[in-house]
Design a protein around this ligand. Structure first.
Ligand code: MN
Length: 294
């Protein structure tokens, strides 16, 4: 008899990013990556009067940052000279490669609610030493799955292909229930998947596999070998599905760096602290964030 696909629950950890409360869903101690996704913070919802989002210039290496908002507006500036306001329903994708620096600031901190996700994708060895790049996508394709609509941020689902760059076989899809009910998501059996809920409650439609409701703060890891996933929820529920081909390369993550060895991390930290050309200047009035001591 075939073994049923994996279904593991991982509780997110409460953390703080420059005063903004976040639920850190990845990495978890027993679940470091899902496909090449190696970091996932779900922040907010924080009311307009809550703490501002002001993250001063800081560096990255070996990863892509993916920003997805449900509420609020964030201004991204980076060492490539990009200056991009991002709104809900849009995608910011920054590829660090050998090195990049950026700052993120809520555009109107006193007036807007803040809710969204910040994710990282580990770059494979083939591209992680390349030049940095930045993309903004204000138009993303979506798939009509009946009661829910899935917007494809990265990768492909049901024939809808995101224009965003991906360096490995990957999927990221924002799920939005337009009505109460269940929908069947087409999956790629060679991918592993994970799901988080932004707001509301999601139930696995195949009750025998995962009878418990999934709510914000919990990541469900779905493993590989599924060709579909049936989910049900009430209208206005929103969730995020991530997945990809299991990332086979060893990863070393430290602060804002993704690398392979301790020497690479130490060099990146040194280059940032010495103001090396590897990470250029960022046009931001916020103070530069120093690397924590190793
Ligand atoms: Mn960053």
């Amino acid at each position: 008899m075939p073994t049923p696909p994996t279904s593991e629950r991982h509780e997110g950890r409460l953390a703080d990013v420059a005063g903004l409360p976040v639920r850190r869903m990845l990495p978890r101690r027993t679940r470091r990556t899902i496909g090449a996704w190696c970091f996932l913070d779900h922040f907010g919802p924080v009311p307009a009067a809550g703490p501002p989002m002001q993250i001063g210039p800081h560096p990255h290496t070996g990863l892509q940052t993916v920003t997805w908002l449900l509420a609020g507006e964030v201004l991204h500036t980076d060492s490539l000279g990009s200056e991009q306001l991002i709104r809900p329903g849009e995608l910011n994708l920054m590829t660090a490669g050998n090195g990049v620096a950026h700052a993120e600031e809520a555009r109107s901190p006193s007036r807007s609610e803040k809710h969204g996700a910040q994710l990282w994708v580990a770059q494979p060895d083939a591209t992680r030493h390349d030049s940095p790049a930045f993309e903004h996508h204000s138009e993303l394709p979506d798939v009509d799955l009946g009661h829910l609509s899935a917007m494809v941020l990265v990768g492909e689902m049901g024939g809808a292909v995101s224009p965003a760059r991906s360096d490995s076989r990957l999927i990221g899809a924002a799920l939005d229930w337009r009505d109460d009910g269940s929908a069947v998501l087409p999956l790629e059996p060679s991918f592993e998947y994970g799901l988080i809920v932004f707001d509301g409650t999601v139930f696995d439609g195949t009750v025998s596999v995962e009878p418990e409701p999934l709510r914000p703060g919990t990541l469900i890891y779905l493993g590989r070998g599924r060709d579909k996933l049936e989910l049900s929820a009430a209208r206005s529920t929103r969730a995020l599905l991530i997945g990809g081909e299991p990332f086979a390369e060893p990863l070393l993550m430290s602060w804002n760096f993704v690398a392979r060895t301790r020497d690479e991390i130490d060099q990146a930290r040194l280059d940032w602290m010495s103001g090396s050309d590897r990470f250029g200047p960022v046009a931001s009035s916020l103070p530069r964030i120093p690397a924590p001591s190793s």
